[in-house]
Ligand binder design. Structure first.
Ligand SMILES: Nc1nc2c(ncn2[C@@H]2O[C@H](COP(=O)(O)OP(=O)(O)OP(=O)(O)O)[C@@H](O)[C@H]2O)c(=O)[nH]1
Ligand SMILES: [Mg+2]
Ligand SMILES: [Zn+2]
Length: 370
């Protein structure tokens, strides 16, 4: 007697049919795909394991390797390699194998700075509509870390959200939520618990209209547990956190999960450190309060350090802006400036020029170099 399919290989023939519209395939994608005449049929990358992807085709999930052109492109630039959430065109060869031929240009992409220090950045996720920063309410969240991840979310082009998990473990969830909301102006903050079911409807609504919800955050904060709750099954492995409150890095890859009733959600492994790539815009969107205050400083190039008439410093003194938030902004700004300079030689040359000019000016002024 033949049993259900076993093992990791999900064969096209045994899998159920998939509605690509539910995964976000729409007229714009269709039109884009039609410009790649004969390149293959549409599919969405659900996960990537060492050069092999699982893609969702309308016939079901299929394991696919990379076509020659894609291999070539990815060899030169890792950003051209498929990642979870990518829409692509795949071809099935007469002897069976399936290859990803082309990636469709990404609408949004979550990019973090690469540890190796190249200027490219690493693409974590593609075509996310809402990127939720998942943070547990217990132990108490690190607000500066939330700011960092929200900056990454803004820069991705997706709509950022903050999901506060494990509300059942704390008595004052809304107080913490208020603090977090202050650190993320313009961002929806949702309080959730998979134990009581609180907030799950709002989370599900984020993937409404066939949208894709991405979850990012540190290990152990409940990303996979949330997805299991949304799907209504123990689909993704979850594990208790360690006694010191840290997660165990249970999830090891990014994985797209279709939601019943349409939409999709992507689970990610717990992020350790997240370097920002070049988030000048992301940073401005994350700190609109600091940016607005900055326009009221006496000097247009005020760096809010010791300049007279600094509206930002004044706001901190008056308690309108927290010292912590300003420090967080300084830190992220230093980092993004550094990243931008590293990846942009022109900017570096300009800085050297500016510095030389300044030195020269001072020399003329003081008759010596300071
Ligand atoms: N009390 C309570 N525990 C939760 C809740 N959500 C998650 N947990 C627990 O938190 C632990 C970590 O959950 P995971 O879902 O594995 O966390 P994760 O963010 O996916 O972690 P990584 O895969 O390591 O990145 C598990 O023991 C969950 O049962 C919640 O709402 N309430
Ligand atoms: Mg997980
Ligand atoms: Zn200032």
């Amino acid at each position: 007697m033949r049993g259900p399919p076993r093992g990791p290989s999900l064969r096209r023939v045994t899998a159920p049919l998939i509605d690509l519209t539910g995964l976000g395939w729409d007229d714009d994608w269709r039109e884009l795909a039609s410009s790649y005449l004969g390149a293959g049929v549409p599919a969405r990358v659900a996960r990537v394991d060492k050069g092999l992807c699982t893609v969702m085709t309308k016939r079901g999930p299929v394991r696919a390797t990379y076509g020659a052109a894609l291999l070539d492109a990815a060899g030169g630039d890792s950003r051209a390699a498929p990642c979870a959430g990518d829409w692509c065109l795949v071809r099935t060869w007469s002897d069976g194998p399936v290859t990803v031929e082309t990636l469709l240009p990404r609408r949004t992409s979550v990019v973090r700075a690469e540890a190796s220090g190249t200027s490219h950045g690493q693409v974590l996720l593609a075509n996310i509509d809402v990127l939720a920063v998942v943070v547990a309410l217990h132990p108490a969240p690190n607000v500066s870390r939330v700011e960092r991840l929200v900056a990454l979310a803004w820069e991705s082009g997706a709509r950022p959200a903050v999901v506060l998990t494990k509300a059942d473990l704390v008595g004052d969830a809304s107080m913490v939520a208020d603090d977090v909301a202050k650190a993320a102006p313009g961002v929806d903050v949702v309080i959730c618990s998979t134990v009581t079911g609180q907030g799950l409807d709002r989370l599900r609504a984020m993937a409404g209209c066939n949208a894709t919800l991405g979850l990012i955050g540190a290990s152990g904060h409940g990303k996979s547990t949330l997805i299991n709750a949304l799907v209504g099954a123990y689909l993704l492995t979850t594990k208790d956190i360690r006694d010191d409150g840290k997660g165990r890095h249970t999830s090891v890859r990014r994985e797209l999960v279709p939601l019943p009733g349409g939409g999709a959600v992507i689970d990610t492994p717990g992020l350790r450190g997240v370097g920002l790539h070049h988030t000048a815009e992301g940073l401005a969107a994350t700190f609109p309060d600091v940016v607005a205050l900055g326009t009221r400083c006496r000097f247009s190039d005020c760096v809010h350090s010791v300049e007279p008439g600094c509206a930002v410093r004044q706001a901190v003194e008056e308690g309108a802006l927290s010292e912590r938030r300003l420090e967080s902004w300084f830190k992220l700004r230093r980092e993004t400036t550094w990243m931008a300079e590293r990846s942009d030689a022109r900017l570096r040359a300009e800085r050297v020029k500016k510095w030389k000019k300044l030195t020269q000016q001072r020399r003329t002024h003081n008759g010596s170099v300071p």
